[in-house]
Design a protein around this ligand. Structure first.
Ligand SMILES: Cc1ncc(COP(=O)(O)O)c(C=O)c1O
Length: 367
């Protein structure tokens, strides 16, 4: 008898669970009979996409019968200029998530190790597990990467080191000085993946010199995304800056047209939209303060965050609270999958959305 497809699949998939994304608004509205649901579950930009990007998408729409530029030449050149690196140091991805996945596939085999924090973005661990490599997870200290310990567990089998800075789901960042010391302490061989998806939300003094390390030719791959501050999550586009040798390896493995044509023009336009970035950063900081104050007033002070989301311990089953909030049309993310069963991660929304989640939480947590 033929084996089941699961039996035929790579054995490394056996212990993997699918990534659990935030529920789509339409699904919640249908399932719970609510209108105007507030989605605060995926750290998206609640203020919308860059208007310049929307204009560029409109103008490019009539050309989508053609394949995109497979090399993303224009966007890579703009990014190189924007970041102060060479175009040969830039890779584009279908979301930075694709680059995380590709880099794991390039390097990891069974027996290899990748060092990461816990909790950190769950995709680091999933990408390793899918390849049968060992994810060496180092517990955060007070919800911040314990870089000393992470450096201490690097062995000759370590090929990748993941640092999410700022980190998801904690919303914390390491100090630039601590990261600098970590980079200097790492042995030469492993590739450091610095995931900076929320970098634009950092205040100037909190920003590490990550791109300098790329310019200096260190083994460092800096990942950023158009999904967060630029408001283009639905287009799926992210990028990385790293050694040209790494970009070449990514070119071997990636799909021929991995970044679609609309994403390419939108990304280039969004990069020029400083006003939209500034509005988003300011609106996020104000909303984060209001949300944190409201949660604290309810008796549930969140962790101090430098990002567009807050991690809060509701001191009861987070999945049950999430379900009760869904009934009130508010979508947040329970953190059980991150080993934090009583925590919720709440994205900072518009002022109305922030008021709405606080109102719903007040009702749910009082019950
Ligand atoms: C830390 C971190 N890295 C990477 C990503 C992936 O972003 P994208 O694939 O949308 O660029 C996310 C998305 O939530 C994230 O939180």
């Amino acid at each position: 008898m033929a084996r089941s497809l699961t039996a035929m699949a790579s054995p490394h998939l056996a212990s993997l669970l699918p990534y659990s994304p935030g529920k789509p608004i339409e699904e919640v509205e249908r399932e719970f009979g609510v209108a105007g649901a507030a989605k605060l579950a995926s750290n998206e930009n609640p203020f919308g996409p860059s208007p310049l990007a929307v204009k560029a998408i409109r103008e490019a729409a009539a050309g989508v019968h053609r394949y995109p530029d497979g090399a993303g030449t224009v966007l890579r050149a703009r990014l190189a200029e924007h970041l102060g690196v060479e175009a040969v140091q830039i890779a584009l991805g279908n979301g930075s998530n694709e680059l995380l996945d590709l880099v794991a596939r390039i390097f990891l085999e069974p027996g290899d190790e990748a060092v990461m924090a816990s909790p950190a973005f769950i995709v680091y661990r999933m990408a390793c597990q899918a390849l049968g490599a060992s994810a060496v997870e180092v517990p955060c200290r007070d919800f911040v990467h314990d870089l000393e310990q992470m450096a201490a567990v690097v062995t000759s089998r370590t090929k990748l080191v993941f640092v999410g800075n700022p980190n998801n789901p904690t919303g914390t960042a390491v100090s630039p000085a601590a990261l600098e010391a970590f980079v200097r302490r790492l042995p030469q061989e492993p590739l450091l993946i610095l995931d900076e998806a929320y970098w634009e939300f950092l205040a100037e003094p909190e920003r590490p010199r990550s791109l300098d390390w790329v310019r200096e030719g260190r083994r460092c791959f800096v990942l950023r995304t158009f999904s967060k501050v630029y408001g283009l999550a639905g287009l799926r586009i992210g990028y990385g800056a790293g050694p040209p040798e790494l970009i070449g390896l990514l070119d071997r493995l990636r799909a021929p047209f991995n970044v679609n044509a609309l994403a390419q023009v939108a990304g280039a336009a969004a990069l020029e939209d400083g006003a939209h970035v500034a509005r988003t950063v300011a609106g996020t900081a104000a909303g984060r303060a209001a949300l944190a104050a409201g949660l604290t007033a309810l008796g549930f002070p969140p962790l101090s965050s430098v990002t567009n989301f807050l991690l809060v311990d509701v001191r009861r089953d987070g999945a049950a609270v999430t379900e009760a909030l869904l009934r009130r049309g508010v979508i947040v993310r329970p953190m059980g999958g991150y080993g934090l069963p009583t925590h919720l991660r709440i994205t900072v929304g518009t002022p109305d959305e922030n008021a709405r989640v606080l109102e719903a939480l007040r009702a749910v947590l009082a019950a």
